[in-house]
Design a protein around this ligand. Structure first.
Ligand code: 13P
Length: 249
């Protein structure tokens, strides 16, 4: 039996400002109360150092990194730069980057390798589009994507998987607990097949319109080890109840 601590991570996407960092104090207070739950927040790059100064026990991270350590990659940021800025984690392969920046599975795997090598906790995202779910090929799609994006594990940096069905992101539509149980189980099988016992310890987060009303139901599901939260991580009012639901699960 593998006991995995819940992880509740917020992804601010291209939102937030200095003023929004005022939300961190009540989020940090809730995180301190939530025994057994890890809480993390990934604001835009420009707010990382400011957020760290106000984080009070929450891990602060980034929403992307490049696979190279340095070089001619205008507009990009390397994993080493994130570490120097004080980041503890990074999200790679988010569907918005896979779509908007045409990121391939191979590139995402290289990013994940680079992030882990730099010592960052790395949240690797996978998920299917609505047409694939309707066609019943959602598990096949996610396992294919995972197979090609998975990095080698390292002893000194944690890999986390986030299952984020694209049709559920920012839409207010959430996977049902049955949907989440099905997908997280097949992801777990693949992780165990690939990494053996270490695959059982990898946390699998659910993401896609997670909120105060649906979080407890999702956290009760087998192999749902936390959440990657977008819109509801922008304010303490919306994010704290999700942290509390994780603590009660
Ligand atoms: P929402 O919670 O806004 O649906 O976003 C989910 C997400 O993409 C987190 O990475």
């Amino acid at each position: 039996m593998h006991v995995r601590r819940k992880l509740v991570a917020g992804n601010w996407k291209m939102n937030g400002s200095r003023a929004a960092l005022a939300e961190l104090a009540p989020i940090a207070a809730a995180a301190r109360e939530a025994a057994g739950v890890d809480v993390a927040l990934c604001p835009p790059f420009t707010l990382i150092t400011l957020a760290i100064a106000r984080a009070g026990g929450i891990s602060i991270g980034a929403q992307d990194c490049h696979s190279a350590a340095s070089g001619a990659h205008t507009g990009n940021v390397s994993a080493a730069m994130l570490v120097e800025a004080g980041a503890k984690l990074v999200i790679v392969g988010h569907s918005e980057r896979r779509q908007d920046q045409c990121e391939s599975d191979d590139f995402v795997r290289d990013k994940a390798e680079a992030a882990l090598a730099a010592g960052l906790q790395t949240i690797l995202c996978v998920g299917e589009v609505e047409e694939e779910r309707v066609a019943g090929t959602h598990c096949q799609k996610v396992l294919y994507q995972l197979d090609r994006s998975l990095p080698e594990l390292r002893a000194d940096a944690e890999l986390v998987i986030a299952y984020e069905p694209i049709w559920a992101i920012g839409t207010g539509r959430t996977a049902t607990p049955a949907d989440a149980i099905e997908m997280h189980a097949v992801i777990r099988e693949q992780l165990a097949a690939r990494f053996g016992d270490a695959g059982q310890r990898i946390r699998i987060l659910y993401g896609g319109s997670v909120n105060a009303a649906n979080a407890a139901g999702l956290f009760a599901c087998d192999n749902v080890d936390g959440a990657l939260v977008g819109g509801a991580s922008l304010t303490a009012e919306a994010f704290v109840p999700i942290i509390e639901a994780a603590a009660k699960s």
